[in-house]
Each structure stands twice: as structure tokens, then as C-alpha cells.
Design a protein around this ligand. Structure first.
Ligand code: FCB
Length: 444
């Protein structure tokens, strides 16, 4: 089966869309945007590839109409985007930036005029620097400021949003950024990491409360999932693998769907957990309208006693890899989704909010022949289709990403787009993967 045949075999009301995030595409030097912790992180020597940052990115602020046209012309009926907190509230708290509000006002109207469903994300990692300087996600006050920011969004935009996710990928916000140090704020601190693992969920719950008070429909959260396998069959590796699965995947599922944390991880985390954290769990496990899943790869886990807190590391596997070095393992997506549905989300709608690959694309005479990417999409969509045939409540699929963009610490080196971007001229050239989706979606 080719991509067209697979896409055509999906139910008629299944939603196909594409996704981006504010810091990765907008360009913070346009339209009076406040500093975020990604700006300050990128100013640190060697924190990002060639010290690159999001000040220009895809200059989406000036090119948004063109970009929405690209989405519509591909035949996508939904667009997953994120609001930039420092663009809306320069001081992170009260100071409304009219230029920022004006931008999202036009962007949302532009989506609706083109018949697209706006899937909004409130937080896709651009925390205002002023709040990061006060402790960011390891400071409980940030949850309150996030609730105030949510209220501002509800007042100005709520009625135009088809769905809203509170947080994109809490594991990345907390563990990847505060323990592994790969993302802003770039800490390697168990205390800050554990506090953030809890407080990001408190922030989620407070934003959900605010949205419910506005009667907002379709509220969810986006979790990133990775499939873990042990490096060997030794007891140590299996145990390490289970722990890594708990920290990455189950910590969030257990809290959101069952109002508890996995016992083994909690035992390791307990000395750093915020006081009275248990009292937050009922709110964290409040009912949601949907759950978002981002999936890219699997990880192979090896016990490593020299790692003093959690005792494991991930090692490279042998499957074919994307340009990120991530193994291509579509079966991991179905395994994770099955467990998600059976053990946790049951009949709640699932949106596949991100899936895609970085590829070493070449633009030759106006053409990017990214057949590897088309194949990646095909393989993952096939897994999803099989689950839907088995009655899984999966409602949408978003290709990551519309545009080549600022891939965080990897800067502009890694290209995930359906559309090639020349970062010197801002010229957009649809890749063959874009045309493959267009062919399938325009003919359905
Ligand atoms: C996800 C992020 C997204 C992008 C992709 C490749 O973890 O949500 O912004 O970086 O990975």
C-alpha cells in the first residue's frame, strides 16, 4: 500500500493535520516578543548547535498567511499550533502585548477562513524568561501564573479554538530540561527535575480548571511516549528498562488517569517531592476530553550503576535511524497506544499530535525527494489504521512538522518539515512528502 491508499482507508471523519510550535517558527525578533528561557539558554556558549536561536526561525510572524495557505493546499483540515506566552504577556503575568494578541487574532481568523480546525497548545516550552529567573517550573508560583495566562487566552481566543492542550510533553519540560539538561533551562539537578515532574502537572490542572470555568470544550494534554526495551535479558537491564518506562511514560499516565504516582519512582523521588504533593493529585486526575500522544522512536535501556540517581542509560540500537539518530520503530507506537487505551484512557479520544522524522534532505533543482519521510509516515499510519480497525478511539493524526524549523538544541540542522525552508531567504519549497499528503488528502 502507498500513502494515498492508507490515508484513503481511514474513516471519513478522521482528522489529518500538521503541527508546529511558536518558538520553533515564529521568530522572536518580530512583533515585540518578550524573552523566553529558550532565548537565554541559546545565549549560553554551545547550548545549541552553532549557538543558533529562535530570533528569526521561519519568520512565521510575517509569513503566516503563506504558511496557512500551504496547510490548506495540502488538504489538511486541522492545524496544531502553540501560543507564545512571552509574546502575549511580556512580563509573563499581566503586561498584555497588543501586537501579540493581534497576531493570534489574525492567525485564528485565517485558520477559520480556510476551514481549518485550530488545535491550540498553551505551553510548548517558551517560558517567559522573567518567570524562569524566579525558578521556572520548580517554583509553584509558575503554576498560578500559567493559570492567569490561560485566562487571558480564554478571554481573547477561547471561542475560536477547536481543542486546547495545556502542556506539550511534560516529560521534556521536566526531566529532559532539568535532569538531563538538554533543553532550557539546561539544568542537571535532581531536586529541580523532581519538583518540575510534579509542578508541571499542577500547572496542567490549574489551566484545565480555568478553561472549565470558561466552559471551554475539548480540553486535553499532550504526552510524549517512547517504547522501551532492555539492552539484554539480564535482571538488571529489565529492571532499569521498567524504571525508565515509569519515569518517561507511566509517571504521567498514573497521575492523570489514576491520581497516583508509580511507587518505585516515587520512592526514588520522595525526598525532593514538594510538600503535600498528594493533595494535588485529585485535581491532576480530573477528567479530560482527550489525550494527545507524540511518538517518534524506541529506546534501548541498560543498567548503569555509575548513574547515581536512577541507575540507567539509553544506548544506541541497530534499526535504521532518522537524521536525529532515532530508530524507526512504528510497532512501538501501537504497543504504547494499546497499553494507553487498555490501562488508562479507555474510551477517551486520542489525538496523535506529533509524528514525523528528521531527514538529511537535499533541495535539488527545486525538488526535495524525501522518500524516507514518506515511508516513515506510511509505516506509522498503517499501525494507527490497524488499531482503528480494532476500535481504538484515535481521532486525528498530525504530521510533525509543517516547516523545517528551529529544532531546539539541534538548531536549524535537523529538518522535520513537509516544506523545505531556506533560512537565508525564508523561501518555502514543498517536499515530495508534502505532495504525497496532498495527493492523498485532496483526492479523498
Ligand atoms: C517533540 C517536540 C517538537 C519537536 C519534535 C521533533 O518532542 O514536541 O517540538 O521538537 O519533538
Amino acid at each position: 500500500m502507498n500513502l494515498t491508499q492508507i490515508i484513503k482507508s481511514f474513516p471519513e471523519d478522521f482528522i489529518f493535520g500538521t503541527a508546529t510550535s511558536s518558538y520553533q517558527i515564529e521568530g522572536t525578533s518580530f512583533g515585540a516578543c518578550g524573552d523566553s528561557h529558550w532565548d537565554s539558554f541559546a545565549r549560553k556558549e554551545n547550548a545549541t548547535y552553532k549557538n543558533q536561536n529562535g530570533s528569526i526561525a521561519c519568520n512565521h510572524i510575517q509569513n503566516w498567511e503563506k504558511d496557512l495557505d500551504l496547510i490548506a493546499n495540502a488538504g489538511f483540515s486541522a492545524y496544531r499550533f502553540s501560543f507564545s506566552w512571552p509574546r502575549l504577556l511580556i512580563d509573563g503575568k499581566k503586561q498584555r502585548n497588543n501586537q501579540g494578541f493581534g497576531f493570534y487574532d489574525r492567525l485564528l481568523d485565517g485558520m477559520l477562513e480556510r476551514g481549518m480546525l485550530p488545535f491550540a497548545t498553551l505551553y510548548h516550552w517558551d517560558l517567559p524568561k522573567v518567570l524562569a529567573d524566579k525558578g521556572g517550573w520548580s517554583n509553584r508560583d509558575t503554576c498560578k501564573w500559567f493559570a492567569d495566562y490561560t485566562e487571558n487566552i480564554m478571554k481573547s481566543f477561547g471561542d475560536r479554538l477547536y481543542s486546547v492542550a495545556t502542556i506539550n510533553e511534560p516529560w521534556c519540560v521536566a526531566w529532559l530540561s532539568h535532569y538531563l539538561g538538554h533543553h532550557a533551562p539546561g539544568l542537571r539537578c535532581m531536586n529541580a527535575a523532581v519538583k518540575s515532574m510534579h509542578l508541571i502537572l499542577v500547572a496542567h490542572s490549574k489551566a484545565a480548571d480555568v478553561m472549565k470555568s470558561f466552559d471551554q470544550q475539548n480540553i486535553g494534554i499532550v504526552l510524549n511516549k517512547e517504547h522501551f526495551i532492555p539492552a539484554t535479558n539480564s535482571e538488571e537491564d529489565i529492571s532499569a528498562c521498567n524504571l525508565s518506562d515509569e519515569i518517561y511514560n507511566l509517571w504521567f499516565d498514573e497521575a492523570i488517569f489514576k491520581g497516583q504516582y508509580p511507587t518505585r519512582t516515587l520512592e526514588i523521588f520522595k525526598e525532593f517531592m514538594p510538600k503535600d504533593f498528594e493533595s494535588d493529585l485529585p485535581k491532576i486526575s480530573q477528567e479530560l476530553d482527550w489525550i494527545g500522544v507524540n511518538y517518534y522512536t524506541r529506546s534501548i535501556i541498560k543498567a548503569d550503576k555509575s548513574e547515581k540517581n536512577v541507575g540507567f542509560q539509553s544506548i544506541s540500537g541497530e534499526l535504521p535511524k532518522t537524521d536525529m539518530g532515532w530508530e524507526i520503530f512504528p510497532q512501538g507506537l501501537s504497543a504504547l497506544l494499546k497499553r494507553q487505551i487498555i490501562n488508562y484512557s479507555k474510551t477517551i479520544p486520542i489525538h496523535i499530535t506529533e509524528n514525523g522524522m528528521a531527514n538529511n534532505d537535499n533541495l535539488i533543482e527545486g525538488v526535495v525527494n524525501d522518500k524516507e519521510r514518506i515511508n516513515y509516515y506510511k509505516l506509522h499510519l498503517k499501525e494507527i489504521k490497524t488499531l482503528i480497525d480494532d476500535k481504538a478511539p484515535i481521532k486525528s493524526y498530525f504530521a510533525w512538522s509543517l516547516l523545517d524549523n528551529f529544532e531546539w538544541a539541534f538548531g536549524y540542522e535537523k529538518r522535520f518539515g513537509l516544506v523545505h525552508v531556506d533560512f537565508n531567504t525564508q523561501k518555502r519549497v514543498p517536499k515530495n512528502s508534502y505532495y504525497a499528503f496532498q495527493k492523498a488528502l485532496k483526492s479523498t
